[in-house]
Every structure is written in structure tokens, then in C-alpha cells.
Design a protein around this ligand. Structure first.
Ligand code: ADP
Ligand code: MG
Length: 250
């Protein structure tokens, strides 16, 4: 088992946002979570990545119980994520956005930086190489010197991918990566996700764009009012009556 949740539950006061969810994320595949607004999809991501502590239940990563680990420790294990809205430093270049995001995770101390030690310079070079590499991977080399405030919505989505990829993750959680972009751009992002899987990275995404999901996802979980109402392949989900009633019907 790669990533597994057992009876994962999150309550906010009287509201049960995620309710006893058992789900297994398949390694090397594109896993998707769908469901109406407020179904608990983002909360589920927050629980798996450690941003929220569950009210009950567990999360296992490669057999290890990571339920109580803080987000930075989970990230170090190879779990990366993007957020529903990407906050970039709009007055900084695309490259600097990726560099800053990456440098926060290096081993240099502030003293190393001030003294510009060999170690600092070595790490700085490594950070630059990594940033250039991930920007190339996501197809943004040509805008790396532009201010992040001046790039398109679709390019911002790609920067979010680059930030996640800079950590050399084993799995990337993408929260509505294709929200607010046009069908052609959505197709491009879908190709990028397939490219990630081609590199051995596991993808788990939340998405409302059904056409994209049905084509792209190997495994889909459907949440409704915090509960898993179905899981399976695109064909199984498309023909599931509970899913049609709760989500696809309208
Ligand atoms: P989705 O991503 O499926 O649209 P969310 O996971 O964001 O849904 O939210 C699920 C439910 O939990 C919603 O009713 C939302 O209002 C509630 N919720 C999410 N985060 C919090 C929070 N930090 N505090 C209180 N309620 C929250
Ligand atoms: Mg959400």
C-alpha cells in the first residue's frame, strides 16, 4: 500500500467535514477526488498532508503511520501539495518564486548565508539548477524572468506545479489545478500530469472538470457531505447511481 486512510474523520464543531473515509491512493497512478462544493475534498487533502489533525482515524504512508506528523515532516517524506489558490510573490520573477520556495528547505543556516560559506554557495547553485530544471519540466523556461504578477492564470498554475516538484516529491496533491482556465489550457495541464506520472510521481487531484477527470484518472473517489459514496474507474463512477444522484445528475 502506498497511501492509505483508515476511518479518517474531521469535525469542525458540529460539522463533520470528512466522515470515516477509507481510501487508498495508488502509486504511480492518477488518483482523483470529486464531489460537490463543501464535500470535504480540500479537508481530506489537509488531513493527509498534515495541515489538519484528524478528529479520528489514521493516515499511512508506505506503511508508516503519519497521522500525528507535522506538515513539514510529511513534506520531507516526499509528499507535496498545491493549494486551491496559489499565492505567488507577484513583484518577484517566476524563477525567484521557485527559488524562494525551494531554498526554504535547504540545510544552510542564516550564518552560512551571511558568511557566504562554501556550503551556502554549493546549495545556492544546487537550488538554481533545481529551479531551472522544474521550470523546464512544466514548460515555463520562457517566462522565468517575468514578474509573477504579469503571467497568465494558466502559467501561474504551472508555477504551482513547479513549486511542488522542486521538493522531489513521490506524490503530489493538486487542489483544483484546472479551475479558472480554458479547455485548451486544461488539456495542457492534463498532459503535464501525465508527464509527471511518466516520471514516476504519483498524482492525486481534486477537480470539477468531469471531462478531464474521466479521461485522465485511473482511480476516482467521490465524496458527498464528507462521506465516500463511491470509488472506482471512470466507467464505474460514470455509471454509479449514487454518484449520478449526488453529483453528476445536475
Ligand atoms: P470541498 O473542498 O469539497 O469544497 P472543504 O473540504 O473545503 O470542501 O469543506 C468541507 C466542509 O468543511 C465545508 O462545509 C466547509 O465549510 C468546512 N470547513 C472546511 N475547513 C474548515 C475550517 N477550517 N473551519 C471550519 N469549517 C471548515
Ligand atoms: Mg476545496
Amino acid at each position: 500500500m502506498f497511501i492509505e486512510t483508515k476511518q479518517l474523520t474531521k469535525k469542525f464543531g458540529g460539522l463533520v467535514a470528512v466522515n470515516g473515509v477509507d481510501f487508498s491512493i495508488e502509486k504511480g497512478k492518477i488518483n482523483a477526488i470529486i464531489g460537490p462544493n463543501g464535500a470535504g475534498k480540500s479537508t481530506f487533502f489537509n488531513l493527509v498532508s498534515g495541515s489538519y489533525q484528524p478528529s479520528s482515524g489514521q493516515v499511512f504512508y508506505k506503511g508508516k503511520n503519519i497521522t500525528k506528523l507535522p506538515p513539514n515532516k510529511i513534506a520531507e517524506l516526499g509528499v507535496a501539495r498545491t493549494f486551491q489558490t496559489t499565492n505567488l510573490f507577484e513583484q518577484a520573477t517566476v524563477l525567484d518564486n521557485v527559488l524562494v520556495g525551494h531554498r526554504l528547505r535547504t540545510n544552510s543556516s542564516l550564518l552560512d548565508a551571511v558568511l557566504r560559506t562554501k556550503r551556502f554557495k554549493r546549495e545556492e547553485r544546487r537550488c538554481m539548477e533545481k529551479a531551472m530544471e522544474v521550470l523546464d519540466f512544466v514548460g515555463l523556461t520562457h517566462v522565468s524572468d517575468k514578474l509573477a504578477g504579469n503571467i497568465t492564470q494558466e502559467e501561474k498554475k504551472r508555477v504551482a506545479f513547479a513549486l511542488a516538484l522542486a521538493t522531489d516529491p513521490e506524490v503530489v496533491f493538486l487542489d483544483e489545478p484546472a479551475a479558472g482556465i480554458n479547455p485548451g489550457e486544461t488539456e495542457g495541464l492534463a498532459e503535464l500530469m501525465e508527464k509527471m506520472v511518466g516520471r514516476g510521481i504519483t498524482v492525486c487531484l481534486i477537480e470539477h472538470k468531469m471531462k478531464m477527470i474521466m479521461k485522465l484518472a485511473d482511480k476516482i473517489m467521490v465524496l458527498n457531505y464528507g462521506e465516500k459514496i463511491a470509488e472506482g474507474t471512470s466507467d464505474e463512477i460514470r455509471n454509479n447511481q449514487a454518484v449520478i444522484d449526488a453529483y453528476l445528475g445536475g
